[in-house]
Design a protein around this ligand. Structure first.
Ligand SMILES: [Zn+2]
Length: 262
């Protein structure tokens, strides 16, 4: 029994990418594909096979709880503020790709907020915590989002596709990414990074595709509990390395990059 105000307008059928019509229990596309709405209000739009274990690193219930505790301390407020400032003038739909438990989406000012994540537990927490936004479980590399439906799309420390960003953005729409800089959390990191992907994600240069890029760097002095929570949010490859550890003094170093529909 979805209220009219909760009807998702940018979500698309993951089978055929058509728009949905609301039903008593969820939504249906013109080709008859139906999806039930969860008790918490979100849609599960994930299809096509199971996920490999490395597709959802760090997104266990424990790490999501750690993420919520850590972010609620306000330690990453400068990052959330920088993101909110980039998209503050946008009135149309704003989509967070890889929204997790919803923190960054909750910190931006927009009347039409949408979040997608591949981890159902994260989407469940986000739906409970932020009922003013619309959430769906979905794939970042094949977003269940209508073409040209978003005035802004962003992703914070999460896998994303610039091809998909371009597809879902409306004319003059804007994308924003937050990605790690070269020194991000260097005190917690394994001395010898075993993952080439991890190494390439951290950069001294602005991310490619960016029209504007701002580097944000600051130091944190954390309690033992917060240090442990932050460590639990970091990629699994760090957590399993023998010489990686939660420490209380860490450097934050991120790029806030943005560009437009091209
Ligand atoms: Zn369909």
């Amino acid at each position: 029994m979805a209220e009219v105000s909760k009807v998702p307008s940018i979500f698309a059928c993951p089978h055929c990418m058509q728009a949905f019509t609301p039903t008593a229990h969820g939504v249906v596309c013109p080709n008859g594909h139906t999806f039930d709405r969860a008790r918490e209000g979100y849609l599960n739009l994930l299809i096509g096979g199971r996920l490999t274990s490395d597709a959802v690193p760090g997104d266990t219930p424990d790490s999501l709880a750690a993420r919520r505790r850590f972010l609620s301390t306000g330690a990453y407020t400068p990052i959330a503020n920088a993101l909110a400032k980039v998209i503050e003038e946008i009135d149309g739909p704003v989509l967070d790709v890889g929204c997790g438990e919803g923190y960054y989406l909750s910190q931006i000012h927009s009347p039409h907020k949408y979040g997608i994540d591949i981890a159902k537990q994260g989407i469940r927490m986000a739906s409970k915590g932020f009922p003013e936004a619309h959430f769906a479980v979905g794939n970042a590399y094949r977003l269940p989002i209508l073409d040209a439906s978003c005035d802004a799309v962003f992703s914070v420390f999460a896998p994303h596709s610039h091809v998909e960003f371009q597809r879902v953005l409306s004319t003059c729409g804007q994308w924003v990414t937050v990605t790690p800089g070269a020194h991000h959390l260097q005190q917690m990191r394994p001395k010898r990074d075993s993952s080439i992907v991890e190494r390439e994600l951290r950069r001294d240069e602005p991310p490619e595709h960016a029209i504007h890029a701002q580097r944000i760097q600051f130091d944190l002095e954390l309690s033992d509990a917060s240090a442990h929570d932050l460590f639990s949010m970091t990629p699994l490859i760090w957590q399993t390395a023998a010489d990686a550890a939660p420490v209380t003094q860490v450097s934050v170093d991120v790029w806030v990059a943005s560009g437009f529909k091209s």
